[in-house]
Design a protein around this ligand. Sequence first.
Ligand SMILES: Nc1ncnc2c1ncn2[C@@H]1O[C@H](COP(=O)(O)OP(=O)(O)O)[C@@H](O)[C@H]1O
Ligand SMILES: [Mg+2]
Length: 163
Amino acid sequence: MGNMIHFESRSEEETEAMGYHLAQGIAPGSRLLLCGTVGTGKTVFARGIIHGLGHQDDYVTSPTFTLVNTYTEGRLPVYHFDLYRLGSVDEWLQSGLADTLDGTGVCLIEWPELVLEQGLGDYLKVSLTADDQAPYTHRVIQFIPHGPLSQGIIDHFSWPHHG
Ligand SMILES: Nc1ncnc2c1ncn2[C@@H]1O[C@H](COP(=O)(O)OP(=O)(O)O)[C@@H](O)[C@H]1O
Ligand SMILES: [Mg+2]
């Protein structure tokens, strides 16, 4: 595990912009695990990354029922997972979806806990937490690299609003 670093966000727009900027340093084969409870902004952050990688889609939503949404128009293909409804690791292995992790695309994984049990190699953990106090728009977004590829993403990342 490399150095962890964290930033603060005060709005949905700021979280999305952070994802957009982070995307500029994302290399082929990157895996980003988006951790945090419901409503912390995992999908907002993913939307910023997807736009930052050059995909135009205005309606990036959690693929809760389909498990994955695929974006192919931009600089790198993106596989955006939401594994909240995944029943077991076996279901994951049998689905064939695990194959995308070894490709040259970018994997964004919401609710990655089950998949992590399989061991993932190099990945960037992005951990989002929310305040439970009004106005409820404060987030702490922490980056924890696990390997050189994910370390490279945060080395490349500069964010003016350092928390
Ligand atoms: N600073 C913030 N960053 C991201 N989302 C925020 C923030 N403040 C409020 N929100 C709201 O929180 C919700 C986050 O939704 P979403 O990204 O779908 O969460 P998740 O995917 O983690 O369940 C949105 O309704 C958004 O408007
Ligand atoms: Mg979501």
